[in-house]
Write a protein of this length. Sequence first.
Length: 156
Amino acid sequence: MQVVQWQIAALREEFIYDFFKGDGSAEPITSGNRRRNEMITVANRIFVASEYAEQFEEAFRKRAGLVDGMPGFISNQVLRPVNPGDPYIVLTLWNSRDDFNAWIRSDAFMQGHAKSGSLPKEAYTEANKLELHEVIQDSSRPDLAPEPSQGPFKMH
C-alpha cells in the first residue's frame, strides 16, 4: 500500500511539474514543455574544518533558495559527512545538463551565491571539487532514459 501511495505522489508531482511553469502560472502540456526522462547530478564536495561545521550548515539552512524555481531543477540535498576529514556534499539533481548550464549562467545563480563567501577561508581545509554525473539508471524512475553523453564539463 505504501509503495502505491508513493507512486501516486510521484505521478502527482510530475503532473504538477508538467502543468505549471516555475512562476506558478498554468501552461498547456505539449511535447515541447514536458519534463524530460533524463537526469544529471551535480555534486559539490566541500571540505569544511570541524570547528566551522555548524556555521556551514546554518548557512545552507538560510540559503536564498533561488535554484528551487529554476526550469529543470529537481532537488537539492546537503549531505553531512560521518567520517572525519570527508567533505560535505551539496547534491543537486537536474533534468538535463542544459538546465544546469542555464542555472550557472543566470542572474539568480550570482544572487544565490553572493553570500557563499560568508565563512573565513580557514573554514575550508582544501579546495572544493565540483562533479557532474550523467544518470544512466534510477530505480525510482524506471522510465528514465540515460542522459546523452556530452563529454567533460567545464565551468567556463
